[in-house]
Design a binder for this molecule. Sequence first.
Ligand SMILES: Cc1cc2nc3c(=O)[nH]c(=O)nc-3n(C[C@H](O)[C@H](O)[C@H](O)COP(=O)(O)OP(=O)(O)OC[C@H]3O[C@@H](n4cnc5c(N)ncnc54)[C@H](O)[C@@H]3O)c2cc1C
Ligand code: SF4
Length: 332
Amino acid sequence: MKAFAYVNATSEREAVAALKFDGIALPLAGGQDLLARMKDYIDSPDRVVNVKNALDATVTATPDGGLKIGGAMKVVDLAEHAQVAKLYPAVAAAAIEIGTPQIRNQATVGGNINQRPRCWYYRNEEFVCYKKGGSRCFAVNGENQYHAIFGNDGPSHIVHPSSLAVPFLAYGAKFRVLGPNGEREIAAAEYFTMPTLQNVMKENVLADEELLTHVILPAPGNVKSGHYEVRYKASHDWPLVFATIVLALGGTSGNTIRSARVVLGAVAPVPWRSKAAEDALAGKPLNEQTAALAGEAAVKEAKPMSGNAYKIQITRTAVKRAIMNAAGIKTA
Ligand SMILES: Cc1cc2nc3c(=O)[nH]c(=O)nc-3n(C[C@H](O)[C@H](O)[C@H](O)COP(=O)(O)OP(=O)(O)OC[C@H]3O[C@@H](n4cnc5c(N)ncnc54)[C@H](O)[C@@H]3O)c2cc1C
Ligand code: SF4
């Protein structure tokens, strides 16, 4: 690892000031991603700014009945927070599946959302692909079994690595961001960016000197939500595909789906909202047949790469089971 200067910031403003630096400065939270990148020479910052003592690590209630989650909150604390589990069960369900107990005990919410891709070419120093300033994507003609099946126009074909981003987007979260010019709030749906030749070295709209300080979740209202992950290994790995579903119900029986949010994870360079699945759910009764139709609709526009068509069936199943999970119908 290259030698670097270390700043232990004690307030969010101090952290932001330390990131404004003539050289490469990167925030360090739980270090579960950044330290590995530094050890593997994927990133060699001149300055590392510890933000764990600078950012909020708590959950507070907002006046509208929602919750505000601090960026330095540990994933384990999020997973075990009673109000989070009550109001946003899919967030708690995603958090408890992340990595291992050791990883959840170090990793933070802000670090999880801003972690960099897991593409094996990106993670190998020898492969200088688009994401590292090169001029090609090695996954196109290479090993792409864990890559995208949606949004595959390139130039990069990563899947977004954050498990928390998906339920946050499904519940309509906003991210509070602080930079040298002050703060701003960005809808989670607008935070993550599809790759273009101009922005391919980033996965979101955060500027280099900005920090994600809070996740703000609106009051959930009268919704039912479900989350379902398909994993190759039960632990110590990322999901192959996962889905969060948030359903607003109504009608005389209270069981008609008025509107739905269907967000898929590990299938595209961003948390992927499936409009086709949402349209398939609107106006239908919440039952297994509807869940299966939505699963089918979700994969209609999939464009797999040479080695990942198997993800289509998994996506179909994840959507169906997340909906059944929301409905309280048992799945195998
Ligand atoms: C074996 C293994 C399995 C894993 N499985 C999963 C999984 O299933 N799901 C999943 O989501 N993740 C998984 N992870 C990844 C892990 O959860 C993330 O690396 C971790 O959440 C990152 O959080 P951190 O606080 O450690 O971030 P750090 O490593 O400290 O930072 C991550 C990145 O975010 C930046 N950053 C940190 N905080 C902020 C902030 N507040 N604002 C802006 N930028 C910031 C850093 O500069 C860095 O680039 C796994 C990791 C391992 C090793
Ligand atoms: S998918 Fe993205 S990160 Fe992976 S090799 Fe292609 S450009 Fe690089």
